[in-house]
Design a binder for this molecule. Structure first.
Ligand code: UDP
Length: 339
């Protein structure tokens, strides 16, 4: 198959390309504004094009016409950005994605759209999130964190509408906290906001700076190994029953609190380096850490029965997920951003 990936230069895209290069089955062309995370990922079946979907319109359109399947990964995906720059989030995560959808409609190219587990929003019932039956519950407008989930939700609803009308072949993916090599970036000691929790904790372990537990650290997340996530993508790409469907990609068996995660990462860090961490633990409010307009989810539990029915299952546990990701960032050449 000929696959065009928009937003190929990020964490999910670079790992997906690595997986597709290893498989060596499909012809892949990826476009992004930067390729720094693609360093060292090379294969005869992969080509990178530098460009911005917003301004390099012709290239994006030509790529869509060329491809059998378009993968749309274009997004801001850090809670700090949702709070600080909500209009930038809606511009990129909704309007720019709509352009890709329009090209897919024009050329009748299959669309594999990455959405987010945040579309489920606030948990109102004690149950796992199921793609086609769970409610999607957003917080108030004044908590602008939800602009990210609201943008993705509307995009999903438009895509589904086209599926119903019969003019679009699509699959929507809702990722649940993927983690692995190249995840986000390191931050200096004591930094607030910015990247997501793994990056903050691993940065603190490396710099010796404080570990911030936002709102007490009792929130739960289920983490997913990026390799399990890339394998899930292949199942969705290739399985005949994956067309015009929405899929959670997650691992229900990796549920952990943020306080538990800090402890577990400290343990892995000690095993990998021989040094016991002595980070100060600071409890901080969500507003002080991210800014006004932040709101959190207490749990984000995936149900992945729909994808299991197509033959995929997550194979890597919490230790696997975090050991590999921590080891990646322990390499001194990756420390430029924290010195
Ligand atoms: N969090 C934390 N300390 C940090 C960064 C984040 O306790 O240094 C918390 C955050 O408030 C949230 C959870 O970790 O409850 C996961 O946040 P993340 O930004 O990784 O992603 P989310 O799953 O919320 O999109």
């Amino acid at each position: 198959m000929k696959i065009a990936i928009f937003g190929v230069g990020g964490f999910i895209g670079s790992n997906l390309v690595e997986h597709l290069v290893e498989e060596g089955v499909h012809e892949v062309v990826g476009m992004d504004v930067t390729n720094s995370k693609l360093a060292g990922i090379e294969g005869a079946n992969f080509k990178y094009i530098e460009g911005n979907v917003g301004s390099d319109v012709t290239t994006a359109e030509e790529l869509t016409e060329w491809a059998d399947a378009v993968v749309d990964l274009i997004a801001y995906a850090n809670p700090s950005i949702y709070v600080e720059a909500p209009l930038d989030v809606v511009q990129l995560n909704f309007f720019e994605n709509m352009k890709i959808l329009d090209y897919c409609l024009k050329y009748q190219t299959r669309l594999i759209q990455y959405s987010t587990s945040e579309v489920y929003g606030k948990r109102t019932r004690d149950e796992e999130y199921v793609e086609d039956s769970s409610d999607l519950v957003m917080g108030p407008v004044t908590k602008q964190r939800w602009i990210y989930a609201a943008s993705k939700q509307l995009l999903e609803r438009i895509i589904h509408g086209h599926g119903l009308r019969g003019d679009l072949d699509y699959s929507v993916i809702r990722p649940f906290n993927f983690v692995g090599p190249r995840f986000d970036y390191l931050v200096p000691a004591g930094a607030k906001g910015g990247p997501r929790v793994f990056s903050h904790f691993v940065s603190a372990l490396i710099t010796g700076g404080p570990i911030h537990l936002v709102d007490g650290g009792g929130q739960h997340r289920c983490f997913t190994h990026i390799k399990d996530a890339s394998e899930a993508f292949s199942t969705i790409l290739e399985h005949p029953a994956a067309h015009n469907q929405i899929f959670n990609i997650g691992n229900p068996d990796t549920n952990i609190t943020m306080r538990g995660l800090a402890e577990m990462m400290g343990g892995i860090y000690t095993e990998l380096t021989g040094k016991a961490p002595s980070n100060e633990i600071i409890e901080i409010s969500g507003e002080d850490f991210y800014g006004k307009g932040y709101e959190d989810m207490d749990r984000v539990p995936p149900n992945v029965d729909k994808l299991r029915a197509l033959g995929w299952t997550p194979k890597r546990d919490l230790d696997n997920i975090f050991r590999e990701a921590i080891a990646f960032y322990l390499e001194p050449e990756r420390h430029a951003s924290i010195v």
